[in-house]
Design a protein around this ligand. Structure first.
Ligand SMILES: Nc1nc2c(ncn2[C@@H]2O[C@H](COP(=O)(O)OP(=O)(O)O)[C@@H](O)[C@H]2O)c(=O)[nH]1
Ligand SMILES: [Mg+2]
Length: 301
């Protein structure tokens, strides 16, 4: 299946609850009365678009309709396209021989480890000779290291690991030595346990400092993986991670498992960070570079 069809199919639930109800309010209209404006705003909020953005979008739509007497649904699509143009960015790979260091953070179960595997699989497909290293810096659970080891094996990536309970920064230290020899891309898989939030943030900062000390720069990418089903909570979480490690971008997973895919718009609007990838399922083909226009097209076909 081509990517756009996967995305559309992944957004099925969001379309069924958010898009279809929005469309039925707007269909065939070229002006909106107060009741319709209110209904539309409520539908957008229910779809997790966020209160402020919903109010903004509805106000802009009402104004556009007043001014241009244009088809309201087409106008909403256009407003979304303009507002979210440029939300995407490709992975920044280094070309100076020094390894590209990609730190991947997020709470437990967000999809960090599988997302690393998927992105690595794509890189491997584009360039079979690209050296790829995984640093197993989620040392908190033995199973996490084993999970990453299985992926490394499948993809043909090198794995740098230590025993469970080891200092994650020490694993990264070793992995940096390894990647300095091989070049290519180093993915750092991290822990995500939430009940020790402070320690987690300190752990991530320590990993950053280790990279800075060894390479004289921050990790090239500091990506946060957000489970789209966590909705507005994901935004608050992201702000904490951003405060701790200065995120360079976001990856949104599990859009296939939520009817509130509007959260993508809320996240972009609130955090102003680029979205690199979105995930709509468990296979490597279900993770793809994000495109704002594709996303709007898939939401409102
Ligand atoms: N349905 C669906 N499941 C996903 C997606 N991304 C990841 N998962 C699943 O989420 C679960 C947790 O992923 P994992 O990578 O172990 O999370 P981590 O704790 O952040 O490392 C796994 O079963 C993944 O297959 C997605 O886009 N859609
Ligand atoms: Mg993991």
């Amino acid at each position: 299946m081509a990517w756009f069809d996967r995305l559309k199919s992944g957004l099925k639930r969001t379309r069924a609850s958010l898009s279809e109800s929005v469309s039925s309010v707007l269909l065939g209209r070229s002006s909106l009365d107060a009741a319709q404006i209110e209904e539309l705003e409520e539908l957008l909020i229910a779809g997790d678009v966020g209160g402020r953005l919903a109010a903004d979008l509805v106000a802009e739509l009402a104004e556009t309709c007043r001014r241009e007497k244009t088809d309201a649904l087409a106008a909403l699509r256009q407003i979304l396209l303009v507002r979210f143009a440029g939300s995407e960015r490709a992975l920044a790979l280094r070309t100076d021989g020094s390894p590209t260091v990609i730190l991947v953070a997020g709470v437990n179960g967000a999809g960090k480890t599988t997302t690393i595997a998927k992105v690595a699989a794509h890189l491997r497909e584009e360039n079979p000779r690209l050296p790829i290293t995984f640093a197993a810096a989620d040392t908190f659970r033995a199973a996490a290291v084993e999970q990453l080891a299985v992926w490394a094996d499948r993809i043909g990536a090198d794995l740098v690991r230590q025993q469970p309970g080891a200092d994650p920064a020490a694993v990264v230290f070793d992995a940096l030595d390894h990647a300095a020899r091989t070049g290519g891309v180093l993915f750092v898989d991290t822990a995500g346990r939430l009940h020790t939030k402070h320690n987690l943030m300190e752990e991530l900062k320590k990993i950053e400092r280790t990279v800075a000390k060894k390479l004289g720069r921050e990790p090239d990418e500091r990506l946060l993986v957000i489970d789209a089903t966590t909705g507005q909570n994901g935004i608050a979480q992201a702000e904490r991670f951003h405060d701790a490690i200065g995120l360079t971008g976001l990856i949104l997973t599990k859009l296939d498992s939520t009817a509130k895919g509007g959260v993508v718009l809320a996240i972009r609007e609130t955090l102003k960070l680029p979205i690199l990838f979105v995930g709509v399922g468990e296979t490597a083909d279900d993770l793809h570079a994000f495109s704002a226009s594709e996303f709007v097209d898939a939401m409102f076909p």
